[in-house]
Design a protein around this ligand. Structure first.
Ligand code: AMP
Ligand code: ZN
Length: 664
């Protein structure tokens, strides 16, 4: 087969697997087989740029950065929808429809997906443009970002019109949303509030590879264009499915308003089992000819109406507003409620988010408040029942000082949150920072847990992580539940942490926005802590993947006198604050571009040393054998399944000796 045909075949196969996996939720081949094919395609495309294609499945990984999104006028306006909240509203809408139309009317019922609307333009079966709704007349072109969403077909299947627009909603399913938040919490960032805003914020990210990392989906609901040969909404949905779009199966054709009510009643209960958020149902007149007769008002079609579900809501008394201080000093106001049952759980607390939110609701202690469980995981307070407000009620004064250390709070321009600036003297910040320092991915100090850290700080034994290294067994023995043996383990654990390599130490310092990956990048580039500490913002942003936000935070961290002192102390105690001499001498780029998997038992070096050698010489360490693997370093007793996999993929096996020769 010639190269061009081979490339085409791979693209078709990958598109088909993508479709099966992301649209139909079926997996036909393993991730690893998929990766293998993608890899082959990437290599072929790299070698043969003459066959490049902006819609190749290789484009899904992103990488292109958009500085400014172009404004584009929609060929067909993107309308909003009229809302209804009751049977009466719907019956009134049905009356208006029936008045304008002679004869029978059928309806399509669909779920209303809660995300960000998008309009996709296809020409000759290829995605050419993706535009946000904007004001309905014009929106922003976000094609590069949308291409990274796997359920958006880049190439259509079957018979399709030459040119059309298709509208849908970009959503973020709960599972992916929660996972993103876990990762944010880990680097000391505030979690995202809800899937909808996060989905909609994703569309305008400048770096498309960031978008590619987010598990977004695109659900479609409307086809627009000329000469489409589609007679009804339900037919349009079915055709869209045939062309490869993701159209939820909940969509249903019904023949009376009673059936519409049934659909609503069913989904009002069952929506809680959906993997994503829905805030209602959209009812559409099914016949496109009837739709045309009905036409549009200034802002919405007359042939469709949204029915909004009532969020589950209860009222209860707000006992007290308290304030929490996070590891980064961020203040979160918390509503402490009279316990109440809501959507199957007992609710005692709700987040009030920030000062603006409290002011907006004019919420006060003693108020009767309405609590709702919407898409958000944490229940929220949506309003105050003013009729129940006690006589002597006084407006809430947002705290001006930290509840823990009494320092005056600050609020930076453009930020919603107040912060306690007492970085070095505020207990929850101190404890939180040390807890981060000892955590598994950071210094991984055995024998020391989060609770013990709190005990140590409260007993006045430590004030920051550098103090850990001065602790003795006799210091810690008096602590609660601290036996001879555990005290010993603790001190040993701390001692051993002096061997933890610099990149993990840098991560452990808890510099805002410096997660594991950024720490590795900084260490690889600067090599010594002093070099990082002295780097200016400009120098920092010139390092691969370091943005302004990170650079600013790094500079600020090392400008602080107390931090300088802590770093000096860590140095003094022998914590690794530079790439070791040995490492430095052993560093090279000879393995750049290659991924290694290490398997088996070795004689002259340990597995960990081997992995380090790979990274020090510019290679990557992979955890499992896949098409991305360049070499397998095979020791004694390599597992037979791994061996088989490597052979199947034709990956070169290296002995320990061969590997060492490679880097020498
Ligand atoms: P609204 O933003 O409240 O005016 O509602 C209109 C928006 O609902 C549209 O712009 C769509 O983005 C969104 N929507 C979600 N699901 C559907 C659906 N099944 N049919 C039509 N619009 C939908
Ligand atoms: Zn404080």
């Amino acid at each position: 087969m010639n190269i061009e045909a081979q490339i085409k075949q791979l693209r078709d196969e990958l598109n088909e697997y993508n479709y099966k996996y992301y649209v139909l939720d079926e997996s036909e081949i393993s991730d690893f087989e998929f990766d293998m094919k993608l890899n082959t395609l990437q290599e072929l495309e790299a070698k043969h740029p003459e066959f490049a294609d902006p819609n190749s499945p290789t484009q899904r990984v992103g990488g292109e950065v958009t500085k400014k999104f172009n404004t584009v006028v929609h060929d067909y306006r993107m309308y909003s929808l009229d809302n209804s909240y009751s049977k009466e509203d719907l019956l009134a809408w049905e009356q208006r429809v029936k008045k304008a139309i002679d004869g029978e009317v059928s309806y399509t019922c669909e779920l209303k997906y809660d995300g960000a609307s998008i309009s996709l333009t296809y020409e000759n079966g290829q995605l050419v443009k993706a535009v946000t709704r904007g004001d309905g007349v014009q929106g922003d072109e976000v094609t590069t970002n949308i291409k990274t969403i796997k359920s958006v077909p880049l190439q259509l299947k079957g018979e399709y019109p030459d040119k059309f627009d298709i509208r849908g909603e970009i959503i973020l399913p709960f599972e992916g949303f929660n996972k993103m938040n876990e990762e944010r919490i880990e680097i000391g960032e505030e979690p995202y509030r809800n899937p909808r805003n996060t989905a909609s914020g994703s569309l305008k990210l400048q770096d498309s590879s960031e978008v590619a990392k987010r598990p977004l989906e695109c659900l479609l609901y409307n086809i627009t264009g000329r000469d489409l040969n589609i007679q009804s909404q339900i037919e349009g949905l079915q055709k869209a499915r045939n062309w490869g779009f993701k159209v939820p199966s909940a969509a249903k054709l019904v023949h009376s308003i009673e059936e519409v009510f049934e659909f609503i009643a069913y989904w009002d209960v069952n929506r809680h089992n959906l993997p994503y958020e829905t805030d209602g149902v959209v009812v559409k007149v099914n016949s496109l000819q009837q739709q045309e007769e009905l036409g549009y008002t200034a802002k919405a079609p007359r042939w469709a109406i949204a029915y909004k579900f009532k969020a589950e809501q209860v009222s209860t008394r707000l006992k007290e507003i308290t304030y929490q201080v996070g590891r980064t000093g961020a203040i979160t106001p918390v509503a402490n409620l009279e316990p109440v049952e809501l959507a199957g759980t007992t609710v005692k607390r709700a987040s009030l988010h920030n000062a603006d939110q409290i002011a907006k609701l004019d919420i006060r202690e003693g108020d009767e408040v309405f609590v709702e469980k919407g898409g958000e995981i944490i229940p929220k307070i949506i309003a105050v029942d003013l009729s129940q407000r006690p006589q002597n009620s006084v407006p809430t004064q947002y705290i001006t000082h930290c509840p823990e250390c009494h320092t005056e709070l600050v609020r930076q321009e453009g930020e919603a949150q107040h912060y306690c600036p007492n970085y070095n003297g505020c207990k929850p910040q101190i404890i939180g920072r040390i807890q981060h320092y000892i955590s598994r991915k950071a210094m991984d100090i055995e024998g020391l847990g989060g609770e013990t850290v709190a005990l140590l700080v409260n007993a006045g034994l430590i004030k920051n992580y550098s103090d850990l290294y001065e602790l003795s067994k006799t210091d810690v023995l008096p602590l609660e539940r601290m036996a001879e043996k555990s005290a010993e383990n603790l001190i040993n654990g701390i001692e051993q942490s002096k061997q933890v390599p610099f990149e993990r130490v840098l991560y452990a310092l808890g510099i805002r926005y410096v997660g594991e990956t950024v720490a590795k990048k900084l260490v690889k580039h600067f090599k010594f802590i002093d070099a990082i500490a002295q780097a200016s913002e400009d120098t920092l942003v010139n390092v691969d993947e370091i943005g302004v936000k990170i650079a600013k935070s790094v500079v600020e961290f090392f400008d602080s006198e107390p931090n300088k002192l802590i770093i000096e102390r860590l140095k003094h105690f022998g914590v690794q604050l530079e790439v070791s001499e040995e490492d430095l001498a052993n560093q090279s780029d000879v393995l750049a571009g290659n991924t290694f998997v290490v398997s088996g038992v070795f004689t002259s070096v340990s597995r960990d040393e081997l992995k380090k050698l790979i990274e020090d010489n510019g290679g990557k360490v992979g955890s499992s054998i896949s098409s991305k693997t360049s070499y397998v370093v095979a020791g004694d007793k390599m597992g037979p399944s791994k061996l088989k996999k490597a052979e199947q993929l034709g990956i070169t096996l290296l002995t320990e000796g061969e590997f060492l020769e490679m880097i020498n």
